[in-house]
Write a protein that binds this ligand. Structure first.
Ligand code: PLP
Length: 307
């Protein structure tokens, strides 16, 4: 078998059976809500040194996403088991970083049963290149805004309320990523790599199309836009802040503007698989490498390996 062939494990939502699936064969039906409506949730995890990085935070967000989408509670033990089996098999092929995606959908309209599976694939060339060379980024409005004063939004984004505003999916990592992918294609068409969304009404920096924004400031300080509401709480950012605090950095969630990105020591996009890519250009302005570039990168890598 080609070492880049994806591994697929089906996770039966009822009964807990986990079975390996032949990647050359289809496994989704035409009437699955993932296909017809983009209706489901997912998590993307980094597989490093034979382990899923940051596993507990991914499990927590997965459960909270499912709750917000009113999907049946995923069986955490099955997901851990399936991930362990898949990672063990993958690790026999290679010890290079890999990407694991958990997908959990509302399932087939004809049966009403959710569908669930995970995949492991190698990292793409683009990810590896961006980790090394950084990314050129444009800022842009997201194209829609979420009124965070609507009833239930604040509680919903923390995943804890029994009665979140039922029509909202903020705070859930849903399969609905077509607009984010379109934004990335647009950035590419302009010779750029990524987009940072900015709220046009307030000038508040939100997040990358698939990442969390982190700013390093002089004096070993890290800042990130306050997660929640229209900013997906990132597992990488959470791991980074916990670990960096232990290492003597001062970390704060704080609203910020594009100007504060431009005068930062360094700006980073962090997410599970890319881990940390430095923003080397923002809206055409070059952001020079700081003296502590390697230190920050190692801090983020260590944060993911720390668990
Ligand atoms: N924000 C968005 C919109 C994302 O899609 C992602 C990851 O895919 C993140 C933030 C970063 O999240 P994490 O660090 O958990 O991968």
């Amino acid at each position: 078998m080609d070492s880049s062939t994806p591994l697929i494990y089906i996770v039966e939502p009822y009964g807990g059976s986990i079975r390996r699936h032949n990647a050359a064969l289809p496994h989704i039906y035409w009437d699955d809500a993932a296909v017809t409506r983009g209706d489901g949730v997912f998590e993307t995890l980094l597989i490093r040194d034979g382990h899923p990085a940051n596993l507990q935070r991914h499990l927590d967000r997965f459960q909270s996403s499912a709750r917000l989408m009113e999907l049946p509670e995923p069986n955490v033990a099955d997901w851990i088991d399936a991930t362990r089996q898949a990672v063990e098999e993958w690790s026999q092929r290679t010890d290079a970083d890999a990407k694991c995606v958990w997908t959990y959908t509302r399932g087939r309209e004809s049966t009403g049963h959710p569908s669930a599976w995970l995949t492991i694939t190698p990292l793409g060339e683009t990810v590896l290149k961006q980790r090394k060379k950084g990314v050129k980024v444009m800022t842009s409005p997201r194209g829609f805004t979420i009124d965070t004063s609507l009833p239930g939004v604040e509680e919903a984004t923390e995943g804890g309320t029994p009665e979140p505003a039922p029509w909202l999916t903020v705070g859930a990592k849903t399969l609905n990523y077509a607009a984010n992918m379109a934004a990335l294609r647009y950035a590419c068409s302009q010779g750029l790599d990524d987009v940072i969304y900015v709220d046009p009404a307030t000038g508040r920096v939100l997040e990358g199309a698939t990442s969390t924004v982190i700013v390093a400031r002089p004096g070993r300080k890290l800042r990130t836009p306050t997660p929640g509401g229209d900013i997906l709480p990132g597992t990488t950012q959470a791991a980074l802040f916990e670990y960096a605090e232990e290492q003597g950095w001062r970390c704060k969630e704080k609203d910020m503007t594009v100007e504060s990105l431009l005068d930062a020591e360094s700006v980073w996009l962090v997410s599970s698989v890319r881990v940390a890519v430095r923003v080397t250009e923002l809206d055409g302005r070059v952001l020079p490498a700081p003296a502590n570039e390697d230190e920050v990168r190692e801090l983020i890598n260590a944060a993911l390996g720390a668990e």
